[in-house]
Design a protein around this ligand. Sequence first.
Ligand code: ADP
Ligand code: MG
Length: 157
Amino acid sequence: MQPLVAQRCVTVQTEGTRALGVQLGRRARAGDFIACCGTLGAGKTTFVQGFAEGYGVGAHEYVRSPTFALVHVYHGLTPLYHFDFYRLSCFSEVQDIGFEEYLEARGVVLVEWADKFPQLLPAERLEVSFRIVASGKRGVQWVAYDMLYGRYFLSAA
Ligand code: ADP
Ligand code: MG
């Protein structure tokens, strides 16, 4: 599927990446799928932390990368499922943890290293890509693969 809308920005320091996450998380709705892509250290977990805050996850629920647990569940407006495919070597491992059931659970799903298993991603999704551009800067681009995700595009950004 062709991307329908794209937007990009440069975030400054950890706080900037987190703040972008907060802004986008405020626009999230049950059933959304957010694919987070980009190399190690590019800002994916930081973004998810902000996104969770924007979606109403309380500060007492500490959002950290589910590298070992594979999925963490947080409680915002609906459940928020946070996956990390980094340590997975084969897509059947993703299926074994019940990934498809999570997609149907009407929560919000965010996946770090989503591009590792493109065959598992829903065609309709928001894809957010992170790139290290300098020590205190990250280039972030987000792309909608369905107009359902049009609400993630900030009119004044
Ligand atoms: P990933 O999940 O993609 O591996 P993290 O979110 O864990 O990346 O971020 C790696 C490090 O980069 C963290 O220490 C985080 O605070 C920091 N970071 C995030 N955004 C920025 C930024 N814009 N500038 C500098 N450091 C950042
Ligand atoms: Mg991470």
